[in-house]
Design a protein around this ligand. Sequence first.
Ligand code: ATP
Ligand code: MG
Ligand code: FE
Length: 353
Amino acid sequence: PLVLGIESSCDETGVGIVRGTQLLANTVSSSMAEHVRFGGVIPEIASRAHLDAIVPTLNEALATAGVGLADIDAIAVTAGPGLAGALMVGVCAAKALALATGKPLYAVNHLVAHVGVGLLDSALGNRLPENLGALLVSGGHTEILRVRSLTEDVELLGATIDDAAGEAFDKIARILGLAYPGGPAIDRLARSGNPAAVAFPRGLTAPKYLGSREAPGPHRYDFSFSGLKTAVARRVEQDEAAGTEIPTADIAASFQEAVLDVVTAKAVLACQEQGIGTLLLGGGVAANSRLRELLAERTAAAGIELLVPATSLCTDNGAMVAALGAQLVQRGVQPSGLGFAPDSSLPVTTICL
Ligand code: ATP
Ligand code: MG
Ligand code: FE
């Protein structure tokens, strides 16, 4: 089926068009530049930017794919999780299109779409195995998922209890005086630093947290980065107070290693313990060079197959929403209708409203 997907959960306005697992267009407009002076995404600014960008982005995607709205078989849109006002813009646009064209509308889960995008990558063979693990790391998310079936069965194995991994990169970059977004800046700076220079804390890895998922409180697959953030801030304050030069490259490398050590170790642990043979990486932090290296090493050592889609597919985009929509159409899943509302905290178990 020819499916048009709309994404607006955070700062990217994305419209993608796919035919089954074939990618025809993936147009993304980001309001990132408008958030730079605030050091983070400001929801109200993001919502207004979506309003400005949605129609031009839609037109550009249609032109790139060389199709008209009449050719489309179905429309898919991110219903959540994400920023409420930002989600509302994409959802209203999708409902208007569905109403005007009479095409079925699917309101889908953003996180599951991050996994479904793997189907669009020809380098990965345009296929995904059943019983797939997923490690999603972005500015808003840090999650380990088990995907038994992309359209029917997705389970949350672990998640951050405070900051997301990308958010931690952005906050530490600010402390080190680097520009927003901090991820790419820290990635670059860390290459000239020593990752073993400072032993920063590894959140939720103490034996007391390695309990069962049934026990109350954080468990073995969960993440926490707020303690790490405090430790880095304290270290920089100490250097400042002592009047010594701050070894920014060493701190960046040591911080990055602390985040990625935990993220990769827990993803591999979850796969091993849950009998998962393939792990897919997604989210904006997937662009990180050290993450790719460390995860490749550790999955290989554990005999786990690693799937890393192209970076343009890992960051937020409309094609991932279209890809999941196409699977729902193919499986004969009932469309969502026009009566649904976006849900900023949509649980990952809800694949489609
Ligand atoms: P969502 O959480 O809904 O996916 P988002 O807009 O916060 O939305 P993305 O756009 O996927 O997430 O990713 C942006 C995040 O990725 C930022 O926090 C940024 O710092 C981080 N990031 C980008 N490149 C790198 C990198 N090379 N290393 C580490 N982090 C990176
Ligand atoms: Mg973004
Ligand atoms: Fe995302």
